[in-house]
Design a protein around this ligand. Structure first.
Ligand SMILES: *Cc1c(COP(=O)(O)O)cnc(C)c1O
Length: 488
């Protein structure tokens, strides 16, 4: 393991020489000052650069290798997004500036709201939510506010399919709803009979991802929407993975009342490691009066932030993750309507290409034409040879390929969920296909190599159970180190 920056520290070393101050010295009252010196590492610039470049080389990211992490849409972030987000006109604004001094920024946000309405077929959008799960939470609050405004207090349940992303039931539960799980049928679609049996006047909403986490588009979507509406419920669309349908079909046209998008997935803004996301929420006409505070509204030719009449209140500070939103706007404008459609067509093409090339080797769960991703199962390989989805996933690291999503969706045992993304070339896909087929051959030829993988990474197999049960969250200085700093 490499040393920490604090362990590299030597008293007196400097990375920068700060020029002598030309402003007069001012003394503070001692009550405002700290007693201890700041404990910052002291290193030369070259050591600092090597330290962080070294760390970055040990991490796997979309910029240094194929990253087919299903449902996460780890697509390339075009660098022009960064150029735009770095414009001084954006970065030098203060969120508390008077509205008339930030009309340009408001116009850019309004433009993004309009574009998202057009892409999804919704009537209004809020850019407030900071991520997908936050968008779901917002959407559930909107649905609750709507039913309450109609004095329809019986509706205490939200239906969520068993193939849903884990955040869906969690968000519904956080708003106080009872979650009922809807089973999938043999084709991986919504089981219509089960849905009919569940629907009554106590159901507030159905939360649906379409295509679902199996990468399958539900052909009954119109019938599903009609059924839910006939029973007085609303439809929530989890649009985190809109790159499967952009420019091809729209949640609004399918009958959805509320939708959230993950700009940090579909619209190419970088994510991972808990970094800033953006999960805007779109609604149809009847939910506009409930939108959160901080949503941009046009009034007499001017842009303003006004509270909707029956607003659910503020769900995030200021204007949402503004610079993330500017990256997404850049991506939308650069692609244009035709380009966004092409993005989806290529995402679908790449996923189906990989699935077709792998399906004679790996068992594809719910084998049929997929959308942006597909799921394979290693259930038989585990039973017959003791090789699991995790062993294949770990082995990919030795080939500089990030593992697919593992053990999800939970309705597929030993699942690997592969989402190649539209940004990858045929050569990259062919290489990944070759690697996956090679690894499969090792199940018979050299299973130990798979069980011991990864072989080339700085950290080998970790004990997942111990890491979860007994996490070590503090760094302790090693005995031999002459470092002065201990993270407590
Ligand atoms: C990623 C994802 C979410 C959650 O989004 P976060 O930004 O991680 O909160 C929800 N649903 C689906 C289908 C997703 O892929």
């Amino acid at each position: 393991m490499s040393q920490l920056i604090f362990e590299l520290s030597k008293p007196g070393r400097r990375g920068v020489i700060i020029p002598a101050s030309t402003t007069p010295h001012v003394s503070f009252d001692a009550s405002y000052t700290k007693d201890d010196a700041i404990q910052a590492p002291e290193v030369a610039e070259i050591d600092l650069v090597r330290h962080y470049i070294g760390l970055s080389k040990k991490a796997m990211g979309v910029d240094n290798g194929f990253y087919p992490l299903g449902s996460c849409t780890m697509k390339y972030n075009p660098r022009i997004n960064e150029d735009v987000a770095n414009l001084a006109g954006f970065t030098q604004l203060h969120p508390l500036q008077p509205e008339h001094t930030v009309q340009g920024a408001l116009a850019a946000m309004d433009h993004l709201q309009d574009a998202l309405c057009e892409i999804t077929g919704m009537d209004g959008f809020t850019l407030q939510p900071a991520a997908g799960a936050h968008g779901e939470f917002t959407g559930m609050l909107l649905i609750k506010a709507y039913h309450e405004a109609n004095q329809d207090y019986k509706r205490t349940k939200v239906i969520v399919p068993d193939a849903a992303h884990g955040t869906n039931p969690a968000s519904a539960a956080m708003v106080g709803y009872d979650v009922i799980t809807l089973p999938s049928n043999a084709l991986g679609h919504v089981d219509m009979d089960a849905l009919k049996a569940m629907l009554d006047d106590t159901v507030a909403a159905l939360m649906l991802t379409n295509p679902n986490t199996l990468g399958l588009f539900d052909p009954n979507i119109k019938a599903i929407a009609d059924l839910v509406h006939d029973h007085g419920g609303l439809l929530y669309y989890d649009g985190a993975n809109l790159n499967a349908i952009m420019g091809l079909s729209r949640p609004g046209d399918m009958g959805f009342d509320v939708v959230h998008l993950n700009l940090h997935k579909t619209f190419s803004t970088p994510h991972g490691g808990g970094g800033p996301g953006s999960g805007p929420v779109g609604v149809n006409e009847r939910l506009i009066p409930f939108l959160p505070n901080g949503t941009i509204i046009k009034e007499a030719g001017r842009l303003t932030i006004k509270n909707a009449p029956h607003t659910i209140g503020r769900i995030r500070s200021f204007y949402g993750n503004f610079l993330v939103n500017m990256r997404a706007l850049t991506y939308i404008l650069i692609n244009g309507a035709e380009g966004l459609k092409e993005v989806s067509l290529n995402a679908i093409l790449n996923a189906n290409y990989m699935m077709e090339k792998l399906k004679d080797t790996y068992h594809v769960a719910y084998e049929q034409t997929c959308m942006h991703e597909f799921v394979v199962s290693l259930e038989k390989e585990k039973a017959n040879h003791g090789i699991t989805a995790k062993d294949i996933a770990k082995s990919l690291l030795d080939f500089n390929i990030h593992p697919p999503t593992m053990y999800f969706p939970q309705i597929v045992n030993e699942a690997l969920m592969i989402e190649p993304n539209e940004t990858e070339s045929k050569e990259t896909l062919d290489h990944a296909i070759d690697v996956l087929i090679h690894l499969y051959s090792l199940i018979k030829d050299d299973p130990q190599a798979l069980l011991d993988a990864p072989h080339t990474t700085p950290v080998k197999r970790v004990d997942d159970v111990r890491a979860a049960r007994n996490p070590i969250l503090k760094y302790k200085e090693s005995e031999s180190s002459d470092s002065f700093f201990v993270i407590e």
